[in-house]
Design a protein. Structure first.
Length: 304
């Protein structure tokens, strides 16, 4: 039994014990994580903790809480333990086959809303390349009420998770989910193309925090020797997929914006700019195609 989490322990005492365990493990958000673990194990919310802090935990709650706490001490992300993550205010299910959605990626959604502020009610066609959990497309379809979307991911497991999240958010009727490699077999045109591709250099994955390197799928992290393989694959596909006035929005790693724009410029992509995240790093590269759109088609697998 974890220290301090014994039968009869009160909610407040358990919260204190959990926080101490997490601090010792070097976890920064120890107070918030302790509260969320306790609430999840006990099937309660934070208001219950405030109203009845001296209520004793049941044996069943302790039985659930102890292994959850040990997993967090071992640096498993809270979202993996709880199998859920909030993104853009939406509760999403998270599975081992998808990237844990990051707050930085909300910069991508914010950039699109700013660029397309006058099109919130337009019937936009949105393409999400490398959709993972479907977080970005879920957020965009919620914000653009008349839009439709296509989510593409190379991983069948990720495509299935995206489908589940889109359905849970009430968006299944306005989207399709495809298993495929980027946009190579898709038919355009799309008004918005968005992607958060893998952009970590393969040699640096071992330097990432344990929560990332041990729990996010390698397919969603590994961007090749210099971290730019995905952009080299996506860039030549964009002109044939974008509508005449369509825009693309690509998340990039810190320090990558300029070189990604240089890659894109080779393929007649223009009017490029960047959006910074809360830390001030260029996080999003956006632009348009200067070429007339070309339609393409091919074999894809739609996830039902």
């Amino acid at each position: 039994m974890a220290q301090g989490l014994q039968p009869g322990v009160t909610r407040m005492a358990a919260l204190k014990a959990l926080r101490a365990m997490l601090i010792e493990a070097g976890i920064d958000d120890s107070t918030a994580d302790a509260r969320l673990l306790l609430c999840a194990a006990g099937g309660i919310d934070k208001l219950d903790l405030i109203r009845e802090p001296e209520l004793a935990l049941s044996a069943a709650t302790i039985e659930r809480l102890v292994p959850m706490a040990r997993r967090r001490v071992a640096r498993e992300p809270l979202s993996r333990i709880l199998s859920r993550k909030e993104f853009w205010g939406l509760p999403l299910a998270i599975s081992p086959g998808v990237l844990d959605p990051r707050p930085d990626t909300e910069t991508l959604v914010g950039a699109i809303l700013k660029e397309l502020a006058d099109d919130r009610g337009a019937p936009l066609r949105i393409l999400d390349l490398g959709a993972g959990s479907g977080a970005i497309l879920c957020a965009l379809l919620k914000e653009f009420s008349e839009a439709t979307g296509v989510a593409v991911d190379l991983s069948p497991a990720a495509a299935a998770q995206a489908r589940a999240n889109l359905s849970a958010c009430g968006l299944a009727g306005r989207c399709s989910v495809i298993v495929g490699s980027w946009g190579s077999a898709l038919a355009g045109p799309f008004d918005v193309i968005v992607s958060n591709p893998p952009y970590i250099a393969s040699g640096r994955i071992g330097e990432l925090e344990r929560e990332v390197r041990e729990h996010d799928p390698a397919l969603a992290l590994n961007g090749g020797p210099d971290g730019l393989d995905a952009y080299r694959a996506i860039a030549p596909e964009l002109p044939g997929l974008l509508a005449e006035r369509g825009r693309f929005f690509l998340e990039v790693g810190a320090g990558q914006a300029d070189i990604v724009m240089a890659i894109l410029a080779r393929y007649n992509l223009a009017q490029m700019g960047t959006y910074a995240d809360l830390a001030g790093f260029g996080r999003v590269v956006t632009g348009v195609s200067a070429a007339a759109p070309k339609k393409r088609s091919g074999d894809l697998i739609e996830v039902s």
